[in-house]
Ligand binder design. Structure first.
Ligand code: ADP
Length: 309
């Protein structure tokens, strides 16, 4: 049995325009690293955190909470030490908390000889996510654990569908360094939606799923619209409309808010276009006083990866 494992735990984009609260995809070039090792002392201990200032207390760190949920079920005859090397800024909207919550349970499962399925791991990780966002949700966790595009068909019972990824699909992300509180991004949403908007949304979601299955980039382009959430949340992100115009003009298939923001994602066919889209995003934000980061990533079909075991 391995005593220690080092993993890459990727960033993820939740919502994906018309897939609010159900759709997500996994990134390849943005993510944290974690080391998890078996210890003779029972329980979970977070022994190292680098990159960002996050709590070491097990019950205050999402990695600790999800790991605790797993060992409460498994009751192993050992404990685990967790080291977190954070590269995804907490609160960025690209699944910082999900990377930690999913990473710890994935690593423990590997060390213990894989007693759990990915769906079961998602359920444990949801306990960790609930700490960060006050509600149990899986739209970032599912792509981190399953890879590719995922659809959370239902939370109770938990049912996750893995969708195919067209070969040449790339994501470009811009992360403006501003803070949007998830609670504020939730509160701004309407409690009910007009039937007309709902019909538009589910027709777009259905055609987006169809486009992923058929590698139909043109249909993907016509489906990446959000008629319900984006009109409200985009107001919280400075220059959202300028980014939208600039990225679409440089060939992106579509754009949307990543998670509850402030990050914005674009999807493109091919790396060359994705990089041109990155340049266009940078040009818009360079003119402002707001600090920002950008990333270009192929869609990660595997999810969390083992670096060393
Ligand atoms: P993101 O939108 O990037 O996923 P979230 O808003 O979901 O970020 O989560 C960030 C919140 O979770 C912060 O309040 C942070 O302090 C808390 N948190 C607790 N543990 C972790 C962790 N291991 N990694 C990231 N955030 C964590």
């Amino acid at each position: 049995m391995n005593k220690e494992i080092r993993i890459f735990s990727p960033g993820t984009v939740a919502n994906v325009s018309c897939g609010f609260d159900v759709l997500g995809f996994c990134l390849d070039t943005v993510g944290d690293e974690m080391v998890v090792r078996i210890s003779s002392e029972k329980g979970i201990r977070i022994t190292k955190i680098e990159g960002f200032d996050l709590p070491f207390e097990t019950h205050k760190n999402v990695a600790g909470v999800s790991a605790q949920a797993l060992i409460a079920d498994l009751k192993p005859d050992c404990g685990f030490e967790i080291e977190i090397y954070k590269f995804i800024k907490p609160g960025s909207g690209i699944g910082s908390s999900a990377a930690s919550a999913a990473g710890s349970v994935f690593a423990i499962n590997e060390l213990m000889g894989k007693p759990y399925t990915k769906t079961e791991l998602t359920r444990f990780a949801m306990k960790g996510e609930a700490l960060a966002s006050q509600s149990e949700h899986a739209d970032n966790l599912a792509p981190a654990l399953f890879g590719g595009f995922t659809l959370v068909k239902s939370l109770c019972p938990l049912e996750i569908l893995k969708l195919p990824i067209p070969d040449e699909l790339y994501a470009t992300i811009i992360h403006p360094q501003i803070e949007i509180k998830t609670a504020e991004a939730r509160a701004i949403l309407p409690k009910s939606v007009p039937l007309h908007d709902a019909i538009t949304q589910w027709s777009n979601l259905g055609s987006l799923v169809h486009a992923l299955h058929n590698g139909d980039y043109e249909l993907l382009q016509r489906s990446l619209h959000d008629s319900i959430v984006e009109p409200y949340r985009s107001k919280l992100i400075p220059h959202f409309e300028d980014i939208k115009l600039a990225t679409l003009a440089s060939g992106a298939l579509g754009i949307g808010i990543s998670g509850s923001g402030p990050s914005i994602f674009a999807l493109s066919k091919g790396e060359k276009t994705a990089k041109e889209v990155e340049d266009a995003m940078r040009k818009v934000y360079t003119k402002t006083a707001i600090q920002f980061e950008t990333y270009v990533s192929k869609i990660n079909s595997k999810g969390i990866k083992i670096i060393e075991a």
